[in-house]
Design a protein around this ligand. Sequence first.
Ligand SMILES: NC(=O)c1ccc[n+]([C@@H]2O[C@H](COP(=O)([O-])OP(=O)(O)OC[C@H]3O[C@@H](n4cnc5c(N)ncnc54)[C@H](OP(=O)(O)O)[C@@H]3O)[C@@H](O)[C@H]2O)c1
Length: 267
Amino acid sequence: MARRKPGEGQTALITGASAGIGVDLAECFAKDGYDLILTARSQGPLDEVAARLKATYGVNTHTIAQDLGAFGGGSAVAAAIAAKGLNVDVVVNNAGYGHAGALTSSDLPTQLGMIDLNVRALVELTYLYWDRMLANKRGGVLNVASTAAFQPGPLMANYYASKAYVLSFSEAMWEEARDTGVNVSCLCPGPTKSKFRERAGTDKTKLARDGAPVMSSAPVARAGYEAWKRNRRVIVTGGRNAFQAGMVKYLPRETLLKIVRNIQSPQ
Ligand SMILES: NC(=O)c1ccc[n+]([C@@H]2O[C@H](COP(=O)([O-])OP(=O)(O)OC[C@H]3O[C@@H](n4cnc5c(N)ncnc54)[C@H](OP(=O)(O)O)[C@@H]3O)[C@@H](O)[C@H]2O)c1
């Protein structure tokens, strides 16, 4: 008899699953037998990812096109899931975007939308499925923050702050879930190949010019997934990123602010 895969009979909801890290996260869950609910705004790419993973791993896949930055976007996704008669065991809050530059270098909706997507939708989806996870004593939440979460980010202030929120929230929920059977992890990638950098403009900063290594999205996702399976509280991808994130607490705050301002400056 074939051995049961760890995710069989469970469903993972993955946000931002039409591109980048989210696609690779979806693949990690599918490989372990989880059925998938994939969401993002773009229906076409979602359908392509869903069809490929279903064909490769034989899992059930569903797609929901929704702007999670819209007010109530998380609840709209949950309503669509309920209407399909599905349940969610694992929430992977991956969708997010950033904007490099001074606060007023983009319009207000771009700045506030970052909070709506990176923070508000993440809390909303966690809230909606949390009690069910606790009652079932299984599943959990994998939140995608960033190495930006470990310090304030002059010239990308709102994005760094949004990711600091994600890290803080995730660690607190990890503690709340202690001994419940529910896993909570916060994945903190450094620069990663995806559409993010172009959209955010981080490919034009001194950090990008000075050769900060850019990881592929597949190993980033795998590291996050493996960490989540072991209920690791926080995972920073890449040795250099982990070292830098660990050093932050030893630097005087004003020195740190100057360093970050410098690396976030345009080339
Ligand atoms: N790449 C990096 O260097 C890096 C570093 C650290 C952390 N991260 C974090 O990693 C996560 C994934 O980013 P990525 O690098 O994979 O970027 P990406 O390639 O731009 O993918 C972002 C995903 O989020 C979805 N998304 C964007 N806006 C959305 C909205 N309003 N509603 C619903 N879905 C939306 C996108 O799909 P649609 O456009 O179809 O909606 C896409 O599926 C983000 O939280 C990001 O902050 C990335």
